[in-house]
Structures are given as C-alpha cells and as structure tokens.
Design a protein around this ligand. Structure first.
Ligand code: B1M
Length: 238
C-alpha cells in the first residue's frame, strides 16, 4: 500500500500525523520492525500507550479489515499485519497494565470454538488488566469444556467470550446454555464481544452485556460488578 518513491523513510523524522499515517501503511504491509519503532517513537514523544494503541494500531488494523473484506488482501498478508500489530501490542502491554490499582475483580476470557482471532480478545485482556482486573486468558478455539474448567479453577466474577466470525458467534449460546443447565449461569457476569456481534445478539444468547470495544468492556465490567456487589450486600442485610 505504501507508495515507495525509492527514498528511505526515516520514521523518527516524521511529524506525529505523518508517522501515524506511515504506521498504518507499515501495518498494512506487515512490517513488524517498523511498527515497533513507530510505537517507541510515539511513546518517546509523550503519547499515552492508549493513544498509540487506538490511533496507530487499531485504526491501522481497521483499514486492513476493509481491504480483507473487499478481496484486496488475503490471509497471508493479513497474518503478517496481525503479527506486526501483536509486536506493537507487546510493547504497550506492560505500560497499559502498569497500575497500582487494587484488584477490582477477576475475569476468564477466551475466543470461542472454531475461531482463531485473538487480537481483539488480547486487547480487551490488556485493558482489563490496566483497569485493575485479574485476567485469565484461555486463548482461542475454546470448546465449552475449556470455559467450564477455567471458571471452576479460577472462580472469576466475569466470563468473557470473543467471536469474530458469524459462523462461530452462535457458539456463545452453547456455552451460556450449558452454564444454565448446570445451574451456574447466575454465578457469573457474562460479557461478549467481537466485530459481528451487537446488543440484540447478546440479549438473545443470554449474555449480560455486549461490549463494542475494549474500553466499553472495562466500563461494563466495573459497572456490573459494582451492581452485583451492591445487591449481594443488600441481600445479606448489610
Ligand atoms: Co479474519 N475475518 N478470517 N483473520 N479477520 C474477519 C473477522 C472478517 C470480518 C474479514 C472480512 O471479511 N472483512 C471475516 C469474517 C466475516 C464474517 O464472519 N462475517 C474474516 C474471515 C472470513 C476469516 C477467515 C474465514 C478467512 C479464510 O480463511 N478464508 C479465517 C477464519 C479463521 C478462523 O478463525 N477459523 C480468518 C483468518 C484471519 C487471520 C488468521 C488471517 C487473522 C487473525 C489473526 C489473529 O487474530 N491472530 C484475521 C484477521 C486479522 C481479521 C481482521 C482483518 C481483523 C480482526 C482484528 O484483529 N481486528 C477481521 C476484519 C475486521 O474485523 N474488520 C477479520 C482488530 C481488533 C482490535 O478488533 O477483533 O473487533 P476486534 O476486537 C475489538 C471488539 O470487537 C471488541 O473489543 C476489541 C478491542 O476494541 N471485542 C471484545 C472483541 N472481542 C471481545 C471480547 C469481549 C469484549 C469485547 O469480551 C468481554
């Protein structure tokens, strides 16, 4: 995508806006080293990790997604873009989770069975950790048994599920129905997210909420945990 006029581009010499534009191009081209360099430059110029994440990386991946959809990019190129994105996220992760905040709750999160998309889930995990949550990430392609084993082992407040494909999102209902059948549904707050979902879908499958993005996931998690704790202490007559 990036126009190559034969001149080497020196990232550190670019103004912020041009650098971000160049990073979108570099992400598109799957240039991991350049993405790492760009992230470090922006951080060095005083950008917050969250700004770098959203403006340089997430926006760049949005553009990749459009051309993937339109058949301009194919799986191998998108994989390279995803790897470059992950390299940038790797630098930002410790900065985003660097917080003295007391643990506000625990979440188990994973991408559902049949689905290997994990960038969005990883981002949600990072933002939740940054907001003071303990996060147990069970990875991709999770059958219901994996969710059950993880919640039994870790006893979280929240179960989070991610799906990026219209063919895999119905699996969320399988997990929630299983919790229901086992009489465990009300023990957990269930949050769902992923590009093809919406609020109506979340309501249909019996989730507590749909989270449009990682920031909404954090806000929703905090709000629902506070509500749950309030009603528990009211029930206990405190
Ligand atoms: Co895939 N892919 N892909 N892909 N891929 C999509 C999803 C697609 C929309 C592309 C397109 O056509 N435009 C399309 C799905 C179409 C559909 O179902 N309607 C698609 C397809 C078709 C496929 C394959 C079938 C392609 C093929 O093989 N022919 C295949 C399926 C593989 C499988 O899973 N079984 C496939 C493969 C891949 C790659 C492996 C190449 C790669 C994934 C690499 C990886 O994740 N490690 C990939 C990628 C990168 C994408 C796109 C381009 C980008 C996804 C992404 O990372 N976005 C994507 C296009 C798109 O989404 N526009 C696409 C950035 C990320 C930050 O956003 O994931 O939405 P997102 O997460 C957000 C929110 O959704 C929310 O918060 C996140 C952060 O703000 N959120 C949650 C997400 N999960 C949450 C969980 C929560 C809360 C919020 O829990 C509490």
């Amino acid at each position: 995508m990036a126009e190559d006029d034969g001149e080497d581009i020196v990232l550190s010499e670019l103004e912020d806006d041009d650098l971000v534009q160049q990073m979108h191009d570099d992400l598109y081209d799957g240039l991991k080293d350049e993405i790492e360099e760009g992230v470090n430059i922006l951080l060095g110029r005083g950008w917050t990790p969250y700004e770098v994440l959203t403006k340089a990386l997430v926006e760049g991946m949005r553009i990749v997604g459009i051309d993937f959809r339109d058949g301009i990019l194919f799986v191998p190129e998108v994989l390279m873009a995803a790897n470059a994105m992950k390299a940038g996220m790797f630098i930002l992760r410790p900065l985003l989770i660097e917080t003295g905040a007391p643990r506000v709750g625990k979440m188990v999160i994973g991408t559902v069975k049949g689905d290997i998309h994990d960038i969005g889930k990883n981002l949600v995990s990072m933002m939740m950790e940054g907001a003071g949550f303990e996060v147990i990430d069970i990875g991709i392609n999770n059958p219901v048994e994996n969710y059950l084993a993880a919640i039994e082992e870790h006893q979280p407040d929240i179960l989070g599920m991610s799906a990026l494909l219209t063919t895999t999102m119905p699996y969320m209902k399988v997990v929630i129905d299983t919790l229901q059948e086992k009489g465990m549904r009300d023990d957990y707050i269930v949050l769902v997210g992923g590009a093809p979902l919406n609020e109506a879908f979340a309501e249909n499958v019996g989730a507590d909420a749909y989270c449009r993005d990682a920031a909404v996931a954090v806000e929703t998690a905090k709000q629902l945990i506070a509500e749950r704790r309030r009603s528990n202490s009211e029930a206990a007559g405190e």
